[in-house]
Design a protein around this ligand. Structure first.
Ligand code: SF4
Length: 63
């Protein structure tokens, strides 16, 4: 599963990297940066947390 973040939708709440710090990080403005794009196992669980808890629905999986 590959993750992507829509930079235009991300407003920098930081919920993704607070809940899933192994998968998501922050740039200098607090916006999301994906640390691991191709996730599985425990990282997939963290990635799902980020997807489900982003208030802007900026994170998604791509095929
Ligand atoms: S939770 Fe969503 S809006 Fe907030 S930093 Fe992460 S991707 Fe951006």
């Amino acid at each position: 599963m590959k993750l992507r973040v829509d930079a235009d939708m991300c407003t920098g709440h930081g919920r993704c990297y607070a809940l899933a710090p192994d998968v998501f990080g922050a740039d200098e403005f607090g916006h999301c940066e994906i640390r691991v794009t191709d996730v599985d196992g425990a990282l997939l669980e963290q990635a799902l947390l980020g997807v489900q808890n982003c208030p802007e629905q900026a994170i998604s999986f791509e095929d």
